[in-house]
Design a protein around this ligand. Structure first.
Ligand code: ZN
Length: 222
């Protein structure tokens, strides 16, 4: 029996999933986090996730799925590939880890079932979507149905950021009272630099542009 007061956040310690973690804490009584190790270049990412979960006072579980995620090639997991800094036309940037969210959410659902958790929260967004098909709303909805059929359960996948752009994601963090935590303690940068990051990788540029837009338009009072 799944408990509708419990939520599992697919958690990386980046801006998006950390915002989702605090969103979940507002909306559910008991929140768990699940962090995947999939051969990221920077193991600092999982350490930061652990620290943030501890700080939020939620259960943290690290799971190694590098063997499945390693099926595909990506500059995020292979040091010998130089990372695309611009999105190539007609194809995915090589930061794409094929099927990543399919794996993440499928493993998360099995984990959630074992812990009686009905709600699964993921920080994917279609708005700022870098060309990754498994960040689209249609994929998430389809997978939600599939997971329910696969396990004869009633999971609900929540995507609080799906229709937000990066500036709106900053606004959400601010409205949750965690703007400073998100800005200073999360790690979004593909080059492994926490906080405001390296400034030039695609993840940093997206995050920075959103932050500048949010600050320019007047940060809300906290
Ligand atoms: Zn960066």
């Amino acid at each position: 029996m799944l408990d509708k007061e419990k939520a599992l956040v697919v958690f990386s310690g980046g801006q998006d999933s950390t915002t989702c973690l605090f969103w979940a804490l507002r909306n559910f009584k008991e929140v768990h986090t699940l962090t995947f190790s999939y051969g990221q270049r920077h193991s600092l990412e999982t350490e930061i996730a652990r620290r943030l979960a501890e700080r939020a006072g939620v259960d943290f579980r690290l799971m190694d799925i590098s063997s499945i995620a390693g099926l595909g090639t990506s500059s995020l997991t292979d040091d010998s590939i130089r990372m695309d800094e611009e999105k190539p036309s007609g194809t995915f940037p090589n930061t794409f880890v094929p099927g990543r969210n399919l794996f993440f959410l499928s493993v998360a659902a099995v984990y959630a079932r074992e812990h009686g958790i009905m709600n699964i929260v993921t920080g994917v967004s279609q708005t700022d979507y870098s060309g990754y098909p498994d960040c689209r709303d249609s994929f998430i909805r389809s997978l939600n149905v599939t997971l329910n059929l696969a396990m004869d359960e009633q999971f609900v996948i929540h995507t609080p950021l799906m229709w937000l752009d990066k500036a709106q994601t900053w606004a959400l963090a601010d409205s949750l009272g965690v703007f400073d935590i998100i800005r200073n303690e999360t790690l979004t940068c593909y080059n492994g630099v926490p906080g405001d990051g390296c400034g030039h990788c695609p993840a940093c540029r997206l995050r920075q542009a959103g932050l500048e837009e949010y600050l320019k338009n007047g940060k809300q009072g906290r």
